[in-house]
Design a protein around this ligand. Structure first.
Ligand code: ATP
Length: 369
């Protein structure tokens, strides 16, 4: 079967084995042209190997990769309209910023008169127009990363691959560069495929995120989709924190699924349920749980509890609340109201809107080694 002739990047049943290790296991993906796509997962899940196969640095054991409808599976790296930016920027230390950016064009024998304006345009894009004569050692980490980006983009690849490009930067700079990378991607309109283990980074920048686990795509969706309605306990836990209650689904009830957990009955909207009967996990994120010492709003699910721990973290207070069945549930309460945090030992009621919960199949996915 041939892939549809879109300008996008398509992986069809791609597998990569290194001896006994299956690094990438039957991965199929369609990445639309001009989108910002993130491959997100823990160390060793196969992200880099996937990227290296797109770049032509590793050859798939099975499967096909097409770009714009053209099969590139067996092309040499330099024959592909693809460039990669790595975590280690790999700039030439003895060359100036301009020379670093011009290097690829010179290799391709682009006319000298065309090189200078192309380099200048790229340095403007990455906001380093005044730094052309410096050497890499005279730049900050974030500036070096921008040079690496300019050097890759000047070749006008169809796809830019980014392998943990912000991994070496401190947290503040990384946040700035996330916004900057997204701006650049929107401005140039290229397909970016970004590998990261940092969920916040993937969610900030990407249009679509593929969560990888043990060589497979565990879930694919927009940042909102995968966070608000994770497909599995693995994804629910990988993207932030989740309270997951062992539960049983008792079939549809109007627009909801009737759920029982630890002797109490709850409702979960059918649209947020991945099953309607049998063993299940009822999920609620800590920031969707509310604490009250008096009434519960009409239609909310509720559970009594006792606060066992509270940590003030500026924007919110993070509580642990022991439920009647002994498990501790995490609650993040915004510090926007008046009155201080509730003290450990306080008796409270936890409640949540049914639409803020989700119902999953019990997890059978192996955790990464
Ligand atoms: P990280 O975030 O740590 O870079 P990753 O998700 O990018 O991890 P990969 O580097 O793709 O993961 O590795 C996936 C699996 O394949 C790992 O178990 C790794 O040890 C194995 N692997 C990768 N490259 C090779 C190789 N050249 N030879 C043997 N095994 C390899």
């Amino acid at each position: 079967m041939t892939a549809p002739a879109t300008g996008g990047l398509t992986l069809t049943a791609v597998t990569k084995r290194f001896g006994a290790v299956t690094a990438v296991d039957d991965v199929s993906l369609q990445i639309p042209e001009g989108s910002f796509f993130a491959l997100l997962g823990a160390s060793g899940c196969g992200k880099t190997t996937t990227l290296r196969m797109v770049a032509g640095l590793d050859e798939p054991t099975a499967g096909a990769i097409t770009l714009g409808g053209r099969d590139i599976t067996r092309l040499r790296p330099y024959q592909r309209p693809v460039n990669t930016v790595f975590q280690s920027y790999a700039l030439f230390p003895h060359m100036t910023v301009e020379q670093n950016v011009a290097f690829g064009l010179q290799q391709r024998k682009v006319k000298r008169a065309e090189i200078k304006p192309a380099v200048q345009a790229m340095l403007e894009l990455v906001q380093l127009a005044d730094y052309g004569h410096r050497r890499p050692a005279q730049l900050s980490g974030g500036q070096q990363q921008r040079v690496a980006l300019a050097r890759a983009l000047v070749n006008h690849p169809q796809v830019l691959l980014l392998d943990e490009p912000l991994g070496a930067l401190d947290l503040k700079l990384r946040r700035q560069m996330q916004i900057e990378l997204k701006r650049i991607q929107t401005e140039v309109g290229l397909t970016f495929v970004h590998v990261t283990h940092d969920q916040e980074e993937a969610m900030t920048m990407a249009d679509t995120v593929a969560v990888m686990n043990a060589g497979r795509i565990e879930q694919l969706g927009t940042p909102t989709e995968i966070y608000e309605f994770p497909g599995s306990a693995f994804v629910a836990n990988f993207l932030g924190q989740s309270n997951l209650l062992t539960a049983r689904a008792h079939g549809p009830s109007g627009e909801d699924v009737a759920v029982e957990a630890h002797g109490s009955r709850f409702a979960v909207p059918a649209a947020r349920s991945r099953l309607t009967s049998g063993p299940a996990l009822l999920g609620v994120r800590p920031e969707k749980l509310h604490l009250t010492v008096d009434g519960v709003p009409e239609g909310h699910n509720a559970v009594p509890g006792i606060i066992t721990d509270s940590s003030y973290v500026g924007v919110s207070t993070q509580y642990l609340v022991r439920a009647p069945w002994g498990d501790e549930l995490a609650v993040f309460a915004p510090n926007s109201g008046t009155g201080g945090p509730l003290a450990p030992g306080s008796e409270v009621t936890l409640h949540w809107h049914p639409a803020h919960s989700f119902l999953l199949a019990p997890d059978t996915t192996p955790e990464p080694a």
